[in-house]
Design a protein around this ligand. Structure first.
Ligand SMILES: Cc1cc2nc3c(=O)[nH]c(=O)nc-3n(C[C@H](O)[C@H](O)[C@H](O)COP(=O)(O)O)c2cc1C
Length: 338
């Protein structure tokens, strides 16, 4: 059975002439690796078969201090899986996605099997923005999305079995701000967290991973953001302005899922990427602010006070901002076999 997104569109998708199934799967990997990942750790591997693609978690790239359960690792793999689904739809292929298909092989997160049938046009239209999407940590202006735009972002989450809760009232905003500040200060006081962050912000260029100074704000203590961005500026050479600009009028979104197991984490990663691509397509910038969902106590408080029957998985801020540069990616040969 092929997957369908909930979005209707009239775009017809034709397969490029002479593109074999293996070529399409290989092209899907090139798109998959452009996904966002925790500290740009890119914790994924792919095996290209004649008619299917295996998407695997690479747990050697687990960030154990910030993400003890590996939840954000699996989310990152889910985001890559979503990009692969988009790329195959754009190349005219229908796919059957089997998620977490083998209890004996828990690193095999998904198998994308090419099947007969029409591709999902709702996914295909997102292919053109996969390479444009970036985590934008610039100062955002205070414009807010229209109700129609917010509805299209929430529909993208629903299409992946998740929910997206806009933070609308002042009280909700203060709750997210307080919990983000609390989680951020706990992390800043944890030497293991700081050591891990330093490792992922000081990578050798040849590694093709981690967070680069050009993509982060220079932290000089002048920012008075009520929802603080993570301080990635471990060497004091961040290139972007120090403030996120997030004040009470800014739009925050919380992505959640009904359950909180590996399958839900994978789906939440797909949902995150679906929402981010819709945000990009609509001309908005976004960045995750995930401190409050990384500390168990603040995550529980966020659930109790905002998302009550769903597990908060990610917090996003959105706004308008100038462009930001692309982050590096690992060599294709390091992540693909087959
Ligand atoms: C699960 C997850 C959590 C993230 N948390 C944060 C965060 O708290 N703050 C932030 O600035 N970026 C966060 N990011 C964004 C990553 O740092 C970013 O995706 C990565 O550096 C690659 O850059 P790109 O998204 O521009 O391709 C997160 C991404 C993922 C997938």
């Amino acid at each position: 059975m092929s997957e369908k997104s909930s979005r209707s569109t009239t775009v017809a998708v034709a397969r490029p002439p002479q593109e074999s199934a293996a070529d399409a799967l290989s092209a899907a990997v090139d798109r998959a690796v452009l996904a966002p990942s925790l500290h740009n750790s890119q914790p994924w591997r792919f095996t290209v078969h004649a008619d299917r693609l295996d998407v695997r978690a690479d747990r050697t790239r687990h960030l154990a201090s910030i993400d003890p359960p590996g939840r954000e690792l699996v989310q990152s793999v889910g985001a890559a899986l979503f990009n692969a689904r988009v790329a195959l739809a754009a190349r005219g292929w229908a796919v059957d996605v089997r998620r977490c298909p083998s209890p004996d092989d828990p690193d095999l997160m998904a198998v994308l099997q090419l099947v007969d049938g029409p591709p999902d046009p709702g996914l295909a239209v997102l292919d053109s923005v996969v390479a444009q999407r970036r985590t934008n940590r610039r100062t955002f202006d205070a414009t807010i999305p229209t109700d129609a735009e917010l509805r299209s972002f929430t529909a993208a989450a629903v299409a992946e079995g998740a929910v997206l809760v806009p933070v609308l009232t002042g009280e909700q905003h203060r709750l997210v701000a307080r919990l983000t500040q609390l989680a951020d200060s706990q992390q800043q006081a944890d030497p293991a967290y700081l050591a891990e962050l330093a490792r992922w912000t000081n990578r050798a260029p040849a590694e093709g991973d981690g967070i680069v100074a050009a993509a982060v704000p220079h932290v000089d203590g002048s920012a008075a953001d009520d929802v603080p961005m993570r301080d990635f500026d471990t060497r004091g050479d961040g290139s972007l302005p120090p403030s996120s600009g997030v004040g009470a009028e800014h739009t925050l979104l919380v992505l959640g899922t009904r359950t909180d197991d590996e399958a839900a984490w994978l789906r939440s990663g797909e949902a995150l990427q679906h929402v981010l691509l819709e945000i990009t397509r609509a001309g908005w910038a976004a960045s995750p602010l995930t401190q409050s969902v990384e500390i168990p106590l603040t995550r529980m408080e966020l659930r109790a006070g905002l998302t009550w029957d769903t597990w908060p998985q990610t917090v996003l801020r959105i706004g308008h901002a100038g462009p930001t540069s692309a982050t590096p990616r690992r060599q294709r040969t390091d992540v693909v076999s087959g």
